[in-house]
Design a protein around this ligand. Structure first.
Ligand SMILES: Nc1nc2c(ncn2[C@@H]2O[C@H](COP(=O)(O)OP(=O)(O)OP(=O)(O)O)[C@@H](O)[C@H]2O)c(=O)[nH]1
Ligand SMILES: [Mg+2]
Ligand SMILES: [Zn+2]
Length: 370
């Protein structure tokens, strides 16, 4: 039998000019096991912090930049190419670092591309996404539902963050709407400006885990990242009078913290086309899923069937009409997207993480409904 190298011995053989250890960057047993499968080849693990068309910025190894091997350039679809948050294995020769393998993703947040209709990666291997909104014009329960659905689909855990509570005398007013739009999801109210409530978010930042920030431009994602870092590495920009931001952040980037957790700042997204399967919609609309269990027909579509518990709840006002409408719209979007993709695209897109992500979600759910 071939002797199995441990990834740790691999790491020790590299000269590291980087201040971050692999552990600090979230290289867990999950990724170590994948890396070990290639151990005989002597490739070096590293994490992609930012990616452009052909160049990949790295953390955790001696090379700041790498290129894809010719084989991977040929083999990988756009979605499979290394991106922010990915773990890769490198071959380092003289001054050149070449990515020889992209380790299977534990989670992957994707959205429908604005152009072309394909699926686009937002970030890989994020454990928790903070969905940031603000206590002003940005606030929209319907948008929140889209983000929550996409995050459940990614395999990560969503946490809703209401920022800029310093602007409102009554955050409670928003709280009820947020909890209704994201049932079972933790909601935090805070202010990146004066620090109110930030310690509740800080207490979630566990070493070894990666935390992403998503939400519209101007809600204060970078301001929060700066506050958590204790320094202003991320550019922030004043918002316009109409409450919208100015796209201060232009690329997705990893920000390792001293406490051993990793943050991912992302640019505000104008549109968020949701790519999700039915199970993710059920997680995001757990209230509707629960009602469905009481429908007379187990395959009830909640359109006009007799004995439909969902329609009954809508009529009694227990289930807001807008929420049901939002659920139906997302269901249609998801179905339309699935149909547009060729079977080949579908299997390519999902094969790397879909199974893993389902397992994690089930695990999460059992925790959630304790
Ligand atoms: N009043 C108030 N203003 C805030 C708060 N947090 C951020 N801001 C301001 O909101 C504006 C936008 O903040 P950013 O951190 O750049 O927002 P962003 O979400 O990173 O925006 P993009 O990078 O464009 O996606 C800046 O003027 C911040 O100073 C807050 O808690 N309260
Ligand atoms: Mg920003
Ligand atoms: Zn029904």
């Amino acid at each position: 039998m071939e002797p199995r190298l441990d990834y740790r011995s691999l790491v020790q053989t590299t000269e590291s000019f980087d201040v971050y250890s692999l552990e600090q960057l979230g290289f867990s047993d999950f990724f170590a096991a994948q890396a070990n499968e290639h151990a005989a080849r002597g490739w070096i693990p590293a994490r992609v912090s930012a990616a452009s068309q052909s160049r990949f910025h790295l953390l955790g190894c001696s090379a700041p930049l790498a290129e894809l091997s010719g084989r991977l350039r040929h083999e990988l679809s756009g979605l499979e190419r290394p991106n922010t948050g990915d773990w890769v294995l490198l071959e380092i020769q003289d001054d050149r670092a070449t990515i020889q393998s992209v380790l299977p993703r534990r989670t992957a947040l994707t959205r429908r591309a604005v152009r072309g209709g394909g699926e686009q990666l937002v970030a890989a291997n994020v454990d928790v996404f903070f969905i940031v909104t603000s206590a002003n014009q940005d606030f929209s329960p319907r948008r929140l539902e889209r983000y929550v659905t996409a995050v459940w689909d990614s395999g990560a855990r969503p946490v809703v963050v209401l920022n800029k509570v310093d602007l409102t005398p009554d955050p409670e007013e928003y709280l009820g709407e947020m909890e209704a739009a994201a049932p079972g999801v933790d909601v935090l109210c805070l202010s990146a400006l004066d620090g109110t409530g930030v310690e509740a978010l800080e207490s979630l930042l566990q070493a070894g885990l990666t935390f992403g920030f998503i939400g519209s431009s101007g809600v204060g994602k970078s301001s929060l990242v700066n506050r958590l870092q204790g320094q202003a590495t991320q550019a922030v920009a004043e918002i316009r009078d109409d409450g919208t931001g100015r796209h201060a952040t232009t690329r997705r980037e990893l920000v390792p913290l001293d406490n051993g957790s990793v943050l991912v700042d992302t640019p505000g997204m104008r549109e968020f086309g949701v790519v999700a399967d039915e199970a993710s919609l059920e997680a995001a609309f757990a209230d509707i899923a629960e009602l469905s269990a009481r429908c007379r027909f187990h395959d009830c579509k909640h359109e006009a069937e007799p004995g439909c518990a969902v329609l009954a709840a809508e009529q009694s006002g227990e289930l807001p009409e807008q929420r049901l409408r939002s659920y139906r719209k997302l269901l249609r979007e998801a179905a339309a997207f699935e149909r547009r993709q060729s079977p080949q695209q579908q299997s390519n897109a999902k094969r790397h993480w879909k199974t893993i992500n389902k397992q994690m979600r089930n695990f999460d759910k059992s925790k959630r409904y304790r």
